[in-house]
Design a protein around this ligand. Structure first.
Ligand SMILES: Nc1nc2c(ncn2[C@@H]2O[C@H](COP(=O)(O)OP(=O)(O)OP(=O)(O)O)[C@@H](O)[C@H]2O)c(=O)[nH]1
Ligand SMILES: [Mg+2]
Length: 193
């Protein structure tokens, strides 16, 4: 898909029980804190900082919804697994993630699950994939920040991730360099059809 237009729609927290959810097909971005969810969304939408990013983990605290090509939603969710956030905030963010996915299940056509190429899949990522497949949501595994690795190590990371997430489609991207972004757009376009 070509992304011609994108804009911010709204920021949602779990207490927004009155939020009206529209019948629009949607892609959601999940992954551990600091993995690069917000950055890859900017890269996809060709925006510099439409989605707020930060070098400090725990930047995204709400579900932030963006409107793409006046037709679809792209949603940035908070990251999971950042120890320093404190137990209760972590639990609140985890509840927000599962609440959001359940609320929007009908319209979510793909869930991009980002894995840092340098770190590889962690326990929390395996749990997230299980949660998604149990909900019958369609995951797309994306290795992020591949510009931080030599090509050889990107391939190693791909093979390792394939072994962990057997049978899943896996892409590799760099938001910084733009590598793999076209391919990701293409796969998402197909999912949204
Ligand atoms: N080298 C490199 N750094 C990246 C890339 N993508 C993101 N980063 C950096 O990683 C940090 C985190 O990026 P974010 O996009 O804010 O990550 P996030 O997953 O949204 O983080 P939370 O909102 O805290 O869950 C920032 O310092 C980014 O500049 C990439 O492709 N390459
Ligand atoms: Mg973020």
């Amino acid at each position: 898909m070509k992304i011609k237009e994108s804009s911010f729609i709204k920021s949602v927290t779990i207490n927004d029980s009155k939020v009206y959810f529209e019948a629009r097909n949607e892609v959601v971005f999940v992954g551990r804190s600091n993995v690069g969810k917000s950055s890859i969304m900017n890269a996809l939408m060709n925006k510099k900082d439409l989605v707020k990013t930060s070098s400090r983990p725990g930047k995204t605290r709400n579900a932030n919804i963006f409107f793409v090509n006046k037709k679809y939603y792209f949603t940035d969710l908070p990251g999971y697994g950042f120890a320093k956030l404190g137990k209760s905030l972590k639990e609140d963010l985890d509840s927000l993630i599962s609440w959001y996915l359940e609320e929007r299940k009908e319209y979510i056509k793909r869930v991009v699950l980002l894995i840092d190429a340098k770190i590889g899949p962690q326990e929390k990522d395996i749990e997230m994939l299980k949660f998604l497949t149990d909900m019958e949501l369609s995951p797309l595994i994306v290795l992020s920040k591949i510009d931080r690795l030599w090509k050889n190590d990107v391939n190693k990371s791909l093979v390792h991730t394939e072994n962990v997430f057997f049978g899943q489609q896996i892409l590799a991207v760099s938001a910084t360099k733009g590598t793999g972004v076209d391919e990701l757009r293409k796969v998402l376009g197909e999912s949204l059809k």
